[in-house]
Ligand binder design. Structure first.
Ligand code: GLP
Length: 246
């Protein structure tokens, strides 16, 4: 696992943005796994800016997002499909049919599992971008999730519901379930970058890098992947650094 420590949230966007843009330049048909949440916002802003500046062509790129809230339609303002449209897709020349976000209206795990089939059919994810939850979740794979999980309907923990309630009017508006790519689906990606910013992620980052591998901290599964780059700002890196110095 490679660790890159950057100054702050803005620099995180720049470094991660360049990393992703480099892949698009190298392979105009690259398949990207994308994430939502606050962490990738500066990355997407930087990508949009550079795409405009350098006329970067996204017409051959395919994307698969990690997760979606159960019960939210794609046009719901808090849905992850809506987030992706507003934060990235409508600002670049990516083809709508090449962008995939799990459907919040899927009712069964059989429907959800088709998502992995679609990824496989497309050729597999070349580069997966990940954020991380305060409890170490990746995608919406909460503590206890099996390392063998594929895309399915999952329950959200109280911590995650509370953390994500900042985007909703009230806590009771936050869906309690999501469709999420599983840990195995994520591990199938050829390459992974995980990004984090701020002090509230520092414990999760310590576990990600130094923790014992186990389902209590889902992020630790990434220690088993051969090609992971972790890009975090100084605040998020603090505990990992102090653990390394002990
Ligand atoms: C959310 C998403 C994750 C995201 C994480 C961190 O619940 N399901 O994909 O990485 O939590 O979110 P944020 O970047 O807003 O802190």
């Amino acid at each position: 696992m490679k660790l890159v420590i950057v100054k702050d949230y803005n620099e995180l966007g720049k470094i991660t943005g360049d990393f992703i843009l480099e892949k698009v330049k190298q392979n105009p048909n690259v398949i990207l796994g994308l994430a939502t949440g606050s962490s990738p916002i500066t990355t997407y802003e930087y990508i949009i800016e550079k795409t405009k500046e350098n006329n970067i062509d996204w017409s051959g790129v395919k994307t698969f997002n990690l997760d979606e809230y159960v019960g939210l339609t794609p046009d719901h303002e808090q849905s992850y499909r809506y987030f992706m449209e507003k934060q990235l897709f409508e600002h670049i020349n990516i083809k709508k049919e090449n962008t995939h976000v799990p459907n919040g209206l899927w009712k069964t795990n059989e429907e959800a599992a088709q998502y992995d089939e679609e990824i496989k059919k497309a050729g597999g994810i070349d580069l997966q971008l990940l954020g991380i939850g305060q409890n170490g979740h990746i995608g919406f794979n909460e503590p206890g999730a099996s390392f063998d999980s594929i895309t399915s309907i999952v329950d959200l923990t109280k911590t995650t519901i509370e953390a994500n309630s900042r985007f909703f009017e009230k806590v009771s508006d936050v869906p309690t379930k999501a469709v999420s790519m599983g840990l195995k689906s994520i591990m199938n990606s050829k390459e992974i970058i995980l990004i984090a910013s701020g002090a509230n992620k520092t414990e999760a980052i310590k576990h990600l890098i130094k923790g014992e591998i186990g389902t209590e901290w889902p992020c630790t599964v990434l220690q088993n992947h051969p090609n992971v780059t972790v890009i975090v700002d100084q605040e998020a890196a603090k505990e990992a650094i102090s653990a390394a110095n002990k």
